[in-house]
Design a protein around this ligand. Structure first.
Ligand SMILES: Nc1ncnc2c1ncn2[C@@H]1O[C@H](COP(=O)(O)OP(=O)(O)OP(=O)(O)O)[C@@H](O)[C@H]1O
Ligand SMILES: Cc1ncc(C[n+]2csc(CCOP(=O)(O)O)c2C)c(N)n1
Ligand SMILES: [Mg+2]
Length: 309
């Protein structure tokens, strides 16, 4: 990471640079303090955390700006699965000794720019020297307006349809570094009456199975939308585009269950790329059918599981 003549990063210099940036408007306490005291929000607070590790979530040598962007985007995607809006993020960095000041600043700027794109502010974080690969952990605070029960993984009900906000597969070709957290879609789906939601991070089949298991139902999916990246990747791997669409992961589309009439309304109101993939029935597990209506056999690995790949 360090180029000839460039200085290796120092915590003191990064802190000074952070102190010089504009004060986040959500901050009620002082900037750069031990903890960020925030102004009161109207809705319910929603919290989640996620991380990006070099070599695991992104190839070693990925541009620091993209690491920061991805760390925030994948965390905001979990807020989207609750129908929440993003408000604030914290960024904890573990950085190798040979990174430069410029690289560290690029990562942090990548993170805060991504947060701001969705109306959230970077209000704090942590910096530490790490032995081994870089990692960026993001904790996000969201806000859930209204009073109704938020969507869960455990509230899919027989009779509902299954909706997915976009095509899946082939994210490893580059889309996984430019995740689009579906915050607006998550809010629209919750308002329309989605009772269960999950963001597809580990693979459509695996995440659908999690939703099915938590709810005690079966999901029947047919002819899922295949991203063009899945078709491109299939040419290299010898797998089918459908297999990539079902198991690749890091799509970060939302999978939601809701009454059919509500799904039709939300689609008619405008959710580009979204489509009804199937239905919720009594039973367990996930059944997938291809375009011809033939049942797709479940692969040995339904998606990405740390420790099992
Ligand atoms: N180290 C941990 N300590 C406490 N709870 C955890 C820990 N790791 C995961 N969980 C909880 O387990 C549940 C499932 O975690 P999982 O990582 O599958 O969800 P997720 O955050 O949506 O994943 P993704 O990283 O794909 O967004 C979540 O409620 C999460 O908060
Ligand atoms: C270098 C490199 N190798 C593999 C992958 C693919 N990958 C990594 S983590 C993950 C699932 C989501 O993670 P989590 O369960 O932590 O949310 C997937 C599909 C990648 N992006 N970069
Ligand atoms: Mg998730």
């Amino acid at each position: 990471m360090s180029a000839a003549g460039e200085r290796r990063w120092s915590e003191a210099r990064i802190h000074r640079w952070l102190a010089s940036r504009e004060r986040p408007s959500l901050l009620d306490g002082s900037q750069g303090h031990d903890a960020a005291v925030l102004r009161r929000m109207q809705g319910r607070p929603v919290l989640c955390t996620d991380q990006v590790i070099e070599g695991v979530h992104a190839a070693v040598g990925t541009a620091p700006r993209l690491l920061g962007r991805k760390a925030v985007a994948r965390t905001l995607s979990d807020l989207a699965a609750c129908g929440a809006s993003a408000r604030a993020v914290l960024l904890a960095l573990r950085l190798p000794r040979d990174w430069t000041d410029a690289a560290v600043r690029a990562l942090i700027r990548g993170a805060w720019t991504e947060a701001e794109r969705f109306g959230a502010e970077l209000v704090g974080g942590d910096l530490a020297l790490g032995v081994g690969p870089a990692s960026a952990a993001v904790t996000a605070l969201g806000e859930l307006p209204g009073r109704g029960r938020p969507p869960g993984r455990d509230r899919a009900r027989p009779g509902q349809v299954v909706l997915c906000t976009g095509p899946t597969g082939g994210s490893l070709l580059g889309r996984h570094l430019r995740i689009e957290p579906r915050l607006a879609a998550g809010r629209a789906l919750r308002e329309a009456g989605a009772s269960a939601m999950i963001d597809v991070s580990d693979g459509l089949w695996l995440d659908a199975s999690r939703l099915a298991r938590a709810s005690g139902v079966r999901l029947e999916l047919s002819d899922p939308a295949i991203h063009r990246d899945a078709v491109r990747l299939a040419r290299r791997t010898g797998r089918t585009p459908l297999a990539h669409a079902l198991i690749d992961g890091e799509d970060h589309e939302l999978l939601a269950t809701l009454p059919r009439a509500a799904a039709m309304r939300v689609l008619a109101a405008g959710l580009p790329g979204a489509r009804i993939l199937g239905r919720v029935v009594r039973g367990e597990g996930v059944v997938v059918r291809d375009r011809e209506g033939d049942r797709v056999p479940a692969p040995a690995q339904l998606g990405y599981l740390h420790g099992d790949c």
